[in-house]
Design a protein around this ligand. Structure first.
Ligand code: F6P
Length: 328
């Protein structure tokens, strides 16, 4: 479907990320600037299937730039994974005379948008928003910077109690398939060890390294463990294993969980979301279709949606080296 865009629908889908509200705000105000209508779709693809729509204007998005979460709400829709569900969604968009969709989310959101576009030839633009930073073709995703700061703040606090009690702490952070949060927060918070899904260095090495640092005079240690690490054990089993192989440490586990997804977005995420929201509307006006707007070297770039969902994890071997050298 080609032609002049007069009305854009915007939705947030998948795991929420701080800065999603700022992105919605930018899309709505970008539409106002271009004198086109904007419709908010509640609860992601669920709301698309149920026609949960509301017209939005520049005033509808006041005072939301500083708020975490997403006022449009988010969901992981099972029905949108079916052909029938997507057909319902298409019919609802047609009835509401919406010409294009801006979807704000991660790889699951983009995968759904791509299939929808293939089936119904409906213009879609993606805006990357996930704390995982696991989208290809963009240096950063919205929410990642805020999540990193939340994690570093939490680990700094854990460090205080770890060193007061001479304890070893295992701190679990999010990231089922991507170690960006673990690796960067680990370096930022001075963790002794960092376990990520992109590599398997073996738990024997981990134990040996902890013994060595204990011998060198360390009295407490922090191990940052990404959800999807390759030890083959969950964090409590891992703690038990280490306890069984390391006598002189008392061990505690702290799972940070969804605290990492909440909170007021950092200034970096607010600005990134604003740039990408405006970029998405500009892209549609300029006739671009089925792309994601991303950020590369501080510039807004267009990346085919297909590329965005491929090999998302951006494992940086140099960061691993930095972590190893600085954590002795
Ligand atoms: O994709 C974002 C994310 O927070 C992942 O890091 C995490 O594995 C997952 O979502 C958790 O999902 P849920 O909130 O559905 O438990």
């Amino acid at each position: 479907m080609q032609g002049k865009i007069k009305k854009i629908g915007v939705l947030t889908s998948g795991g929420d990320a701080p800065g999603m509200n700022a992105a919605i705000r930018a899309v709505v105000r970008g539409c106002a600037f271009q004198e086109i209508e904007c419709v908010g779709i509640y609860r992601g693809y669920e709301g698309l299937i149920e026609s949960d729509f509301e017209a939005l204007n520049a005033r509808s998005v006041r005072n939301i730039i500083s708020r975490g979460g997403t006022f449009l709400k988010s969901a992981r829709s099972k029905e949108f994974r079916t052909t029938e569900g997507r057909k319902k969604a298409y019919d609802n968009l047609k009835n509401a005379e919406i010409d294009a969709l801006v979807v704000i989310g991660g790889d699951g959101t983009f995968t759904g948008a791509l299939i929808f576009n293939e089936e119904h030839d409906f213009p879609v633009i993606g805006i990357p928003a996930t704390i995982d930073n696991d989208i290809n073709g963009t240096d950063y995703t919205i929410g990642y910077d805020t999540a990193l700061n939340t994690v570093v703040e939490a680990i700094d606090k854990i460090r205080d109690t770890a060193s007061s009690h001479n304890r070893l702490f295992l701190v679990e952070v999010m990231g089922r398939d991507a170690g960006d949060i673990a690796l960067n927060s680990g370096i930022g918070a001075g963790a002794e060890e960092i376990l990520i899904p992109e590599e398997d260095r073996g738990i024997e090495r981990l134990v040996e390294s902890l013994k060595k640092s204990r011998k060198s005079g360390k009295t407490s240690s922090i191990i940052v463990v990404a959800e999807g690490d390759k030890s083959g054990k969950n964090i409590f089993e891992l703690a038990e294993y280490i306890e069984g192989h390391l006598e002189d440490y008392e061990i505690r586990v702290s799972v940070l969980g969804h605290i990492q997804r909440g909170g007021s977005p950092s200034c970096y995420d607010r600005v990134l979301a604003s740039k990408l929201g405006i970029g998405a509307v500009d892209a549609l006006i300029n006739g671009e279709r089925t792309i994601m707007v991303g950020i590369h070297h501080q510039k807004v770039v267009s990346v085919p949606l297909e590329t965005a969902i491929k090999n998302g994890a951006k494992y940086d071997k140099n960061l691993r080296r930095v972590a190893d050298i600085t954590s002795v």
